[in-house]
Design a protein around this ligand. Structure first.
Ligand code: IPE
Ligand code: IPE
Ligand code: MG
Length: 260
């Protein structure tokens, strides 16, 4: 049985406003579909990769801000299992970005007590990408601040398929009974088994879809979509998303203020 790092329950809204921003209740886990890099570049007559490069700077900015706000987990969708279908040059550039990002900012992440993790098909990444990511995970493994969780070569359906296979094997071997296959059992076989579910999902660039991202985990997450392209996303945008989140009424299927 895996123990979750954090409770699903949120802190109470009557908590004192956050000293940094006055934002109040801060979501524990924020997940972001960082979209719109290509369009950002095209609008400026630049090659698409220029947008990815600029987007990397936004990752740094938003990581710092989330950490300062006291967010516990920031999951960033960096590369999907479907993104391999893009032109080879773009894919190669994207696979070099973790090295560049971590090569530049790893000391800062270490200093700020951020812990780097990844979820996705790690083994299918190019060796140079694996090496950079592994180094970052190793060097930050004892950090106790924000968990910066990159979804890299991640696809939610692949994740669920992998979980189902593992469960099927366990049943076949007699380690699990069919009755043991519960919500909790499935959650414990996903790549997020050590994390709480996201409280807030953000997608930039105006697209209103999930694109195979955390399909299981987002069951009761609050969604916030913005037309802002990822390279233009900044601290004020994140604050706005959090403020909207704070006004939402999360009922989880029940009725407000009433329990059995
Ligand atoms: C998001 O930006 C980054 C990745 C998917 C890797 P896009 O590259 O999808 O940018 P748009 O959607 O084409 O503008
Ligand atoms: C989703 O964006 C994947 C990432 C942000 C890494 P895409 O740009 O790949 O999604 P679609 O193709 O618009 O659905
Ligand atoms: Mg896109």
């Amino acid at each position: 049985m895996f123990k979750k790092l954090f409770s699903q329950k949120q802190s109470q809204p009557d908590e004192a406003d956050h000293p940094l921003t006055g934002l109040g209740l801060i979501p524990e886990h924020i997940a972001i579909i960082m979209d719109g890099n290509g369009r950002w570049a095209t609008k400026r007559s630049l090659p698409r990769i220029a947008g990815h490069h600029e987007g990397m700077k936004t990752v740094r900015k938003i990581t710092r801000h989330a950490n300062d706000l006291g967010v516990k987990v920031l999951t960033l969708y960096a590369f999907s299992t479907e993104n391999w279908t893009r032109p080879k040059k773009e894919v190669e550039f994207l696979m070099r970005l973790p090295e560049e990002f971590l090569g530049t900012y790893l000391p800062e992440l270490v200093e700020r007590n951020v812990r780097v993790q990844i979820m996705g098909d790690f083994d299918s990444l190019p060796t140079h990408t694996q090496r950079a990511v592994q180094k970052a995970m190793d060097e930050t493994k004892d950090n106790t601040g924000l968990i910066l969780n990159f979804a890299l070569n991640y696809g939610s359906r692949a994740e669920i398929v992998q979980a189902m296979k593992a469960i099927a094997h366990a049943v076949k071997q007699g380690k699990l009974e069919p009755e043991d296959v519960t919500d909790q059992c499935i959650a414990e076989h996903l790549m997020t088994k050590h994390l709480m579910e996201p409280d807030l999902l953000i997608r930039t660039s105006g697209e209103v879809r999930l694109s195979n991202f955390m399909l299981w985990q987002l069951a009761y997450t609050e969604f916030w979509f913005t037309d802002v392209l990822w390279p233009d996303f900044d601290e004020a945008c994140l604050n706005e998303a959090i403020q909207v989140f704070q006004k939402r009424n999360r009922r989880y299927g029940g009725l407000e203020g009433e329990s059995k």
